[in-house]
Write a new protein. Structure first.
Length: 133
């Protein structure tokens, strides 16, 4: 079965996020439960991960694969969503399709930054590798 065609969303944009570099923002209201974006990924094999971690891409990759020993770079806006301990969106890795879906956890207002938890779980407040703003 072929996956549905991936198209860029009309309801989001990338712009500067104060104190955080670039981020993804809603350009119109997004209802809770809405698929914001589904993006393809480039899978990085385990044996190549050390090379990626020695570059700026270290901060942009996702743990990947059934055993979590590979990595992936999300295309589209996927690697630009900023972290929050109380995010308004979540991501779902679709390993077999080599995509990541970003879904609104609650209503998101036009102009609001869309954030996810880098820890992967809702309510997971473990520290990340940078200071959370």
């Amino acid at each position: 079965m072929e996956p549905e065609a991936l198209r860029p969303p009309q309801s989001i944009e990338v712009r500067e996020s104060e104190g955080r570099g670039r981020g993804v923002f809603a350009t119109e209201p997004i209802a809770g439960g809405t698929l914001i974006e589904e993006v393809p990924v480039v899978v990085i094999p385990t044996e190549e991960l050390a090379h990626v971690c020695a570059t700026v891409l270290q901060s942009y990759h996702f743990v990947w694969g059934g055993t979590g020993d590979a990595s992936a770079i999300a295309l589209g806006y996927g690697s630009l969503y900023n972290h929050a301990h109380d995010p308004n969106a979540m991501y779902v890795k679709k390993v077999a399709l080599r995509t990541i879906a970003f879904v609104a956890l609650r209503d998101i207002a036009a102009g609001e930054e869309i954030t996810v938890s880098y820890n992967g779980g809702i309510g997971d407040r473990r520290p990340v590798w940078f200071e959370v703003k």
